[in-house]
Design a protein. Structure first.
Length: 153
């Protein structure tokens, strides 16, 4: 694989519109069955469906309860893999995924505190403040979370 050439090309590419395109959890499932099954039964997967029909069309609610733009198909509903790992149109091929550097250049994001706190603000419906270390363990599908630290106040 001629990675240096591709990396150099990407560094100078003016913009990668596709790098912000979602593919949906069903695509990730084909290679990450265990993570998919764990996510499938979580509140994140159900985050849109639990709202009323009116709320489901409210842009404010949608900004945290789903990944899709208003006009997109149902297969992108809820807080999906790509809400945390980055939009996957360009990185979700096997040869890219296996290359940690290339995958990140093509949109794979590391999970950090602000991955969560952009939705888990402390003025949300929860009565207790968001404890990042504790909550990360609940969403990392058996993997050791790599990020540490307190969520923004
Ligand atoms: C064609 C198969 C395939 C698809 C589709 C796929 N992956 Fe992967 N993924 C892999 C492989 C292979 C690895 C590398 C695993 C390893 O080295 O242990 C990987 C690694 C990862 C990693 C860890 C990468 C790192 O460097 O830390 C994450 C996170 C991930 N995939 C998320 C996703 C998400 C989210 C999707 C859907 C948008 C997705 N994958 C789609 C095959 C795939
Ligand atoms: C800034 C992001 C954000 C916005 C905007 C938002 N929510 Fe939420 N919502 C959350 C988070 C995060 C949770 C989970 C809180 C927790 O349990 O810690 C949640 C939880 C909920 C729950 C409880 C779900 C359950 O089953 O426990 C309901 C109902 C809800 N939101 C409705 C709404 C409605 C209706 C709107 C629009 C008026 C809305 N939310 C807007 C982030 C948001
Ligand atoms: C709420 C955020 C969140 C969602 C949604 C989510 N993940 Fe993860 N995922 C994590 C965290 C946190 C880890 C632990 C590793 C880390 O900290 O990066 C992780 C780890 C992984 C890994 C292993 C990475 C490694 O360390 O090698 C894979 C693969 C993965 N997730 C795939 C998926 C897939 C596929 C989906 C959807 C079916 C998904 N994730 C949904 C947060 C999330
Ligand atoms: C796109 C918005 C969004 C992102 C990003 C997000 N969440 Fe959530 N999260 C929600 C919503 C909305 C709910 C409520 C879903 C429901 O139960 O209906 C929720 C529920 C949860 C729950 C279950 C309720 C609870 O408090 O026990 C946990 C745990 C959680 N999120 C952890 C995380 C972590 C950790 C991250 C970052 C790695 C993260 N979330 C990223 C929106 C988000």
């Amino acid at each position: 694989m001629r990675r240096p050439i591709l990396v150099a090309f990407l560094a100078f590419a003016p913009s990668l519109a596709w790098a912000t395109d979602f593919v949906g959890a069903d695509v990730c499932k084909s290679c990450h069955e265990k993570e998919y099954q764990d996510w499938r039964s979580s509140g994140h997967a159900l985050a849109l469906g639990r709202l009323s029909t009116v709320q489901q069309r409210d842009r404010v609610c949608r900004s945290c309860h789903t990944m899709e733009p208003l006009e997109a198909e149902v297969s992108l509903a809820g807080v999906q893999c790509e809400s945390c790992h980055g939009a996957g149109a360009l990185y979700s091929q096997r040869y890219v995924m296996k290359d940690k550097v290339l995958a990140r250049l093509l949109g794979l994001e590391d999970v950090r505190a602000d991955t969560c706190t952009r939705c888990h603000t402390n003025d949300g419906p929860s009565v207790t403040p968001f404890n990042l270390d504790e909550k990360l363990k609940l969403v990392s599908h058996g993997h050791e979370p790599r990020t540490r630290g307190k969520a923004k106040e």
